[in-house]
Write a protein that binds this ligand. Sequence first.
Ligand SMILES: *Cc1c(COP(=O)(O)O)cnc(C)c1O
Length: 235
Amino acid sequence: MESGARSVERLRRNLAKVEERLQAACRRAGRDRKEITLVAVTKSVSAEIAALLPALGIVDLGESRPQELWRKAEALPKDLRWHLIGHLQRNKVARTLPAVHWIDSVDSARLLRTLDSESAKLSKTLDVLLEVNASGEAQKHGFRLGEIAPLAPLLRDLTSVRVRGLMTMAALQEPERCRPAFKLLRELRDRLRQELVPPHAVEHLSMGMSNDFEVAVEEGATFVRLGSVLFEGIV
Ligand SMILES: *Cc1c(COP(=O)(O)O)cnc(C)c1O
C-alpha cells in the first residue's frame, strides 16, 4: 500500500477507537454523542495528513501556534473550522482573525479588547472561549478561577466578540484526578451563563485531551481536543 493510503487506513482505525470510547463515555454519563464535537489537533502532523480528516467526517481542526494555523488554513480547503487553541499575542490578532472560526484560548482582558476592536474592523462576530487555568499550574496560560466572574462587565461591553464558553487544559496525570478541574470549569460556566445576555451564549466546555477526554465527557465537555490518540502511528 502506498503511504497516503496507509495513513488514511490508520487514521480511520484510530478514529473508530476514539469514537467507541466517546460513545462509551456518553453512555456512562447519560449524554447524547451529538453534544460533543471532536476537534482534531493537527500540530504534530503535516498539512497533507490534516487534509485527510474531512473525508472521515472531521471538520473542526485545532492548532496551538498561530503561524502554524495560518499555514495549514492556507493549504487546506476553506470550508473547515479552525480553532486556535494556544496563546495568541496581540500583534498576531489581525493576521489570525480571517483564518479562524473559534479562538478557544482567550487568556487576558487585553486580548479580549484587541479581538473586539479588530473583529469590528472586519465586521465579523468572533466566537471565543475563555481559557481558565483550572489546575493552577504556574506555567500555564489562562484566567485564574476567581478572575472569570469579575470579567462580566467588560464582556457586556464587547460588540464583536461573543463568549461561547470556557476552555481548560488539565494537568497531565492519572485521568480520574483531572475530574475536579473539569467539574470546577462546568460550575464556572453555569455561573457565567447566568450573568451574560445575548449575543453571548456561554454553553461550551472545551476540555479533554488524549489523556483525559473520557473523564471530560463525563463532566460535560462539548469540545474535546485530540491530537496524539488520533495520529498515533502516522508519520
Ligand atoms: C496539543 C494540545 C492538545 C492535544 O493534545 P493530545 O494530548 O495530543 O491529545 C489539546 N489542547 C491543547 C491546548 C494542545 O496544545
